[in-house]
Ligand binder design. Structure first.
Ligand code: SAM
Length: 296
C-alpha cells in the first residue's frame, strides 16, 4: 500500500518531521524535491518502468520513490537517515511488496546487494550532492552498469559528465562516466523546487548505456587507473604524469607514439579513442614484460 501524502506541501513535510522528532540535516545533503512536475519529468527520463528493478539512493521520506512505484517499478531504496527510514517503513510503504529498504550508507551497502542480485535495470535518484560523484564513480569502478541511470546532481558535476575533450570541464570524471555511457543533461531544476532550496544549481543527467562497448571489459580497470594517474596533475604533460609507472623513458616515448599520443600533450586534450589506445599499449607492454618474467 502506498501512502497518500502531499509531498508538494512544505508545511505538511515540516509537520511530519516535527511530529516524528526529526529535522533536515545539511550533512546528508537533505533537499527534498517538492515540485510534482519536476518529479514526473525525472521519472519519465527513466523510460518505461513497468516490471523494472530500480535502485534509488536517498529516498528521504519518499517523494521520488512514490512516483517510481506508481510507474510500476520494484524499488530498492538506500537511506542513511534512520528517522526517515522509520517513516518509510512504518508509514509510507507498509506491506508494499514492490518496496524494499536498505538502511545505512549506500556507498557501503550497494556492493553487497550487487554481489547477491546483480545490476538493477535502472538507478534513479535525487542524489545527496556531497556524495553524488563519489557514488557514481564507485558504481562504475565496481562495474555495476545498469542500462540507464537518471540523477539529480549539482549542475557543475553534470557539466563535467557531459564535457567535450579539450574543454574546461573535461576531467578524469568525464572519462570515467563516458566509458559505458552516453551522458546528457536533460533539464535544470530551479532551487525553489526543493525544500530547503540548495545554494548550488541543479540539473538532471541521463546516463544511457552505450549500444556498443567502447572498451573491452578486461581493459576497464587499467583504463581507470591510467586516467587517475593522467588527471592527477593536470598541468603536467601526459609523458611526465606517466613516468612513475615503471617504463623507461625511451619505452614510454615509443608507447605514446604507437598510441598516437603526442608526448607533450596534456590529459585534458586526450580523446576517449586516444585514452583507449594508450590503455591497450600499456596492457601490451606489461603483458610482454610478464611473459619475459615467466619464460626467460
Ligand atoms: N529523494 C528525496 C527527494 O527527492 O525529495 C530526498 C533527496 S535528498 C537530496 C538526499 C537523501 O539522501 C536524503 O534523504 C539523505 O538522508 C540521503 N543520503 C545522504 N547520504 C546518503 C548515503 N551515503 N547513503 C544513503 N542515503 C544518503
Amino acid at each position: 500500500m502506498i501512502w497518500d501524502f502531499d509531498y508538494s506541501s512544505v508545511s505538511a513535510i515540516a509537520k511530519l518531521l516535527e511530529e516524528n522528532g526529526l529535522s533536515m540535516t545539511k550533512k546528508f545533503g537533505q533537499n527534498f524535491l517538492v515540485s510534482q512536475q519536476v518529479l514526473d519529468r525525472i521519472v519519465s527520463q527513466c523510460g518505461g518502468l513497468e516490471g523494472k528493478t530500480v535502485w534509488e539512493i536517498g529516498p528521504g521520506i519518499g517523494a521520488l520513490t512514490t512516483k517510481l512505484l506508481k510507474a510500476g517499478a520494484a524499488v530498492t531504496s538506500f537511506e542513511i537517515d534512520h528517522g526517515f527510514c522509520r517513516i518509510l517503513r512504518e508509514k509510507a510503504y507498509i506491506e508494499e511488496s514492490r518496496f524494499r529498504l536498505v538502511e545505512g550508507d549506500a556507498l557501503k551497502n550497494w556492493k553487497d546487494l550487487y554481489n547477491k542480485e546483480g545490476t538493477p535495470d535502472v538507478i534513479c535518484a535525487n542524489l545527496p550532492y556531497n556524495v553524488g560523484s563519489i557514488f557514481i564513480a564507485s558504481l562504475i569502478e565496481g562495474r555495476c552498469v545498469p542500462q540507464r541511470m537518471v540523477y539529480t546532481l549539482q549542475s557543475e558535476v553534470v557539466q563535467r559528465m557531459c564535457a567535450k575533450v579539450g574543454g574546461e570541464d573535461y576531467s578524469g570524471f568525464t572519462v570515467l562516466t563516458n566509458i559505458d555511457y552516453e551522458n546528457r543533461e536533460a533539464f535544470r531544476i530551479k532551487a525553489g523546487c526543493f525544500f530547503p532550496p540548495p545554494n548550488v544549481d541543479s540539473s538532471v543527467v541521463v546516463m544511457q548505456e552505450r549500444p556498443e562497448k567502447l572498451v573491452p571489459e578486461e581493459l576497464v580497470p587499467r583504463l581507470v587507473s591510467l586516467v587517475r594517474v593522467l588527471f592527477s596533475q593536470r598541468r603536467k604533460t601526459v609523458k611526465n604524469n606517466l613516468k612513475g609507472l615503471g617504463l623507461k623513458n625511451e619505452e614510454l616515448g615509443k608507447l605514446l607514439a604507437t598510441a598516437g599520443v603526442p608526448s607533450g600533450e596534456r590529459a585534458e586534450k586526450l580523446s576517449m579513442d586516444q585514452l583507449i589506445a594508450l590503455t591497450k599499449e600499456f596492457e601490451y607492454a606489461t603483458h610482454c614484460s610478464h611473459s619475459k618474467e615467466t619464460f626467460e
